[in-house]
Design a protein around this ligand. Structure first.
Ligand code: NAD
Ligand code: TYD
Length: 349
């Protein structure tokens, strides 16, 4: 069992839930959260655990190879869980190079640092790379992504993640690095940055602003509650087979338009608005270029091998998520001030 784990991107949406999962459940494991706090990273996400004795935060950019190597040399982690990334497809369309730098170069820097300190002694070591189902491209109306599906990324985001996955496997094949990869479907839940569909719509419904639906709204995503993803990462990190990849998904497909209608319904109830009020905010806008029609994960492998399955039903998870946003108005106001306003204007003008 690992004794010191570097978790990258631990101040972000999913990373903060993964950090909490490990800090709380494994008091004997030292967790070092390495994050450079981009617009998407926020230490407020970790307020409740920042004083735990087995937790430490280090501000560092994974594209800075020297700094990353220093951190690895100082702490000598035996585990790495790598989540730091530029994660938003729309931003990757306007700024692809940022995605190459963090997602590709940053990942290779981490692989090099792990390889350097572990030398050839890989006993008890593990490099867990957290990736996405978007590397597999787009599905038609039928079928699912399995671990055997060929890579076919379409957006600069998914191309950068696919590249990072290939580098991780190449380090296993070439240098014997003990790696493991998870490819997960769309997450939702508390602390989700309001550039992604669900938190963006929650924020806009609260403020009576239009709900922008790209194209005809029939694009389909498989949604998973973020804590179920954190639990899956914990299981795969501790019990998965070295060198393998595991798909993680919610068995929960929604067309965007139906999902936003469900969100409107729940929010009208919670805000005491007349049913149908928020739906009137739905606005069809220009489609995203290269928009993938459908993602759907076959999570049979992780279920059969490790016994994982989603624990939170979607309607219940969505309700918890809305409640979190309604109860964390300050968080939402903070992350939607400043730069977010510029981003929003440019993206939805
Ligand atoms: P996020 O954008 O919310 O958070 C990313 C975190 O990485 C932030 O804390 C940010 O500060 C940090 N970061 C970015 N660039 C960095 C750099 N150069 N150096 C150090 N830290 C840096 O992302 P997320 O949604 O939490 O996703 C986390 C990981 O999970 C990503 O690798 C993403 O590809 C993957 N993933 C996300 C989803 C999803 O639905 N959000 C689904 C599957 C997989
Ligand atoms: P998003 O949350 O950006 O995740 P991803 O692109 O990684 O799947 O988008 C989810 C779906 O919602 C996707 O089909 C694009 C669509 N979408 C909109 O229709 N409007 C929006 O404003 C956003 C951000 C996304």
């Amino acid at each position: 069992m690992a004794k010191k784990i570097v978790i990258t991107g631990g101040a972000g949406f999913i990373g903060s839930h993964v950090v909490r999962q490990f800090v709380i459940n494994y008091p004997d494991i030292k967790i070092i959260n390495v994050d450079n706090l981009t617009y998407a990273g926020n230490l407020e996400n970790l307020k409740d655990i920042e004083e735990e004795p087995n937790y430490q935060f280090i501000k560092a950019d994974i594209t800075d190879s020297k700094h990353i190597l220093e951190i690895f040399e100082e702490f000598q982690p035996d585990g790495v869980i790598h989540l730091a990334a530029e994660s938003h497809v729309d931003r990757s369309i306007t700024n692809p190079l940022d995605f190459v730098m963090t997602n590709v170069v940053g990942t290779v820097n981490l692989l090099n640092a792990a390889k350097h300190i572990w030398k050839d002694n890989f006993e008890g070591k593990r490099f867990h790379h957290v990736s996405t189902d978007e590397v597999f491209g787009a599905l038609g109306d039928k079928g699912f992504f399995t671990e055997e599906t060929s890579y076919d990324p379409h957006s600069p985001y998914s191309a950068s993640k696919a590249s990072s996955d290939h580098f991780v496997r190449a380090y296993a094949d070439t240098y014997g690095l003990p790696i493991i990869v998870t490819n997960c479907s769309n997450n939702y839940g508390p602390n989700h940055f309001p550039e992604k569909l669900i938190p963006l719509c929650i924020h806009n419904i609260i403020n009576n602003r239009p709900l922008p639906i790209y194209g005809d709204g029939k694009y389909t995503r498989d949604w998973l509650f973020v804590i179920d993803h954190a639990i899956a990462i914990d299981l795969v990190f501790h019990e998965g087979r070295t060198g393998e990849s595991y798909n993680v998904g919610g068995f929960n497909e929604w067309k965007n338009i139906d999902l936003v209608k469900e969100l409107c319904k729940q929010m009208d109830e919670k805000l005491g608005r007349e049913t149908g009020t928020s739906e009137q905010l739905i606005t069809f806008v220009k489609d995203r270029p290269g928009h993938d029609l459908r993602y759907a994960i076959d999570a049979t492998k992780i279920n059969k091998e490790l016994g994982w399955k989603p624990s939170v039903k979607f309607e219940q998870g969505l309700s918890k998520t809305i409640d979190w946003f309604l109860n964390n108005e300050t968080w939402l106001n903070n992350v939607t001030s400043g730069d977010y306003q510029n981003y929003y204007q440019k993206q939805y003008k």
